[in-house]
Design a protein around this ligand. Structure first.
Ligand SMILES: NC(=O)c1ccc[n+]([C@@H]2O[C@H](COP(=O)([O-])OP(=O)(O)OC[C@H]3O[C@@H](n4cnc5c(N)ncnc54)[C@H](O)[C@@H]3O)[C@@H](O)[C@H]2O)c1
Length: 299
């Protein structure tokens, strides 16, 4: 099936990045959100991001002018009625995602592909909420979507091969390298990455090394572009904890979330977005290690 029209549900961080990448690469996109202000913010963000690309010489003015009219906004879901592909990027919640798919079921043609950008939810469980389980697939993009080159494709128990073929074509046209994963919690990347971030929390929580030494160790010794604790702060400590809970439920003890990670989330240190995690942030700038992690209590 030649895919031309993409309906993106959820105009947050990921949905707007997916929409931007798709219009730049020639797709017609309807971006949907329940909240009008989210749609307007996403549209403005996309326009600004593309203008910046032109200023930096990475995109021509003509390409910008061709891309922007390919984006339409919709807060009703009626815009999905002639979509070839839906990419869902609403909150990471099974019931919310199932509700989106079951509403779209009534509107979309029977062969429309339903893709989800979920980081941890089972594609087989999402497919079970539809009458088209063979056309449900995972398209796991990474943040920021326009810059990150990976898209992890996940097949559920019933996903059809022709759906994977179509998704491969779309992903590659969007400039991504695709990797294929079976529908098991964590898929490939988070299953390997998140236990590493969790272990970095264990190391700090066990006083084996300081926050900065753990990050420098992985940056300078392993050539990682960011330290694991900087990355944990960027992802959000609450999100890291949620996914570790999912992995631990499925795979047991080895994936148990670190005590320090659980305490940080309980104390409201959620990372960059809350202004403090392993580091303190002011106006998005990293200011230093969170002092709660360096204080030497005495009696
Ligand atoms: N943030 C990341 O780094 C990242 C990376 C990979 C995957 N993901 C996954 O992508 C998905 C979205 O994450 P995000 O960070 O963009 O979230 P976000 O909170 O920035 O955006 C979610 C958007 O969905 C909208 N929404 C909620 N319910 C809706 C509905 N029923 N219909 C239409 N719109 C609805 C909200 O108004 C909000 O604008 C999640 O499943 C997440 O796990 C996130």
């Amino acid at each position: 099936m030649a895919i031309q029209k993409i309906f993106v549900v959820g105009a947050g961080l990921m949905g707007s990045g997916i929409a931007q990448t798709a219009i730049v690469n020639g797709y017609d996109v309807v971006l949907n959100d329940q909240r009008r202000e989210a749609l307007e913010r996403a549209q403005m963000g996309i326009q600004k991001a593309l203008e910046r690309e032109v200023e930096k010489g990475r995109m021509t003015q003509e390409a910008l002018e061709a891309a922007l009219p390919r984006l339409a906004l919709d807060d009703t879901i009626q815009g999905a009625k002639d979509a070839d592909l839906v990419i869902e990027a609403v909150f990471e919640n099974l019931e919310a995602k199932q509700a989106v798919f079951s509403q779209l079921e009534e509107i979309c043609p029977p062969d429309t592909i339903f893709a989800s950008n979920t980081s941890s939810i089972s594609l087989t469980a999402l497919a079970a909420a539809t009458k088209r389980p063979s056309r449900v697939v995972g398209m796991h993009f990474f943040s920021p979507v326009p810059k990150m080159r990976l898209c992890e494709v996940i097949f559920g128990l019933l996903t059809a091969q022709d759906v994977l073929d179509d998704i491969k074509e779309v992903g590659e046209k969007m400039g991504k390298t695709l990797i294929l994963a079976d529908d098991k919690p964590g898929f490939i990347v988070n299953r390997a990455l998140l236990p590493m971030l969790n272990e970095a929390c264990v190391i700090v929580g066990s006083f084996i090394g300081s926050v900065e030494d753990v990050d420098n160790g992985m940056k300078l010794g392993c050539n990682h572009p960011m330290g694991p604790l900087e990355l944990a702060d960027m992802i959000g400590l609450d999100i890291l904890l949620n996914v570790m809970n999912v992995l631990s439920k499925e795979y047991g003890e080895k994936y148990h979330p670190s005590l320090l990670l659980r305490k940080m989330v309980t104390a409201g240190f959620l990372g960059r977005k809350s202004g403090a995690g392993f580091y303190i942030y002011e106006n998005g700038k990293k200011m230093g290690v969170n002092p709660v992690l360096t204080q030497g209590h005495k009696l």
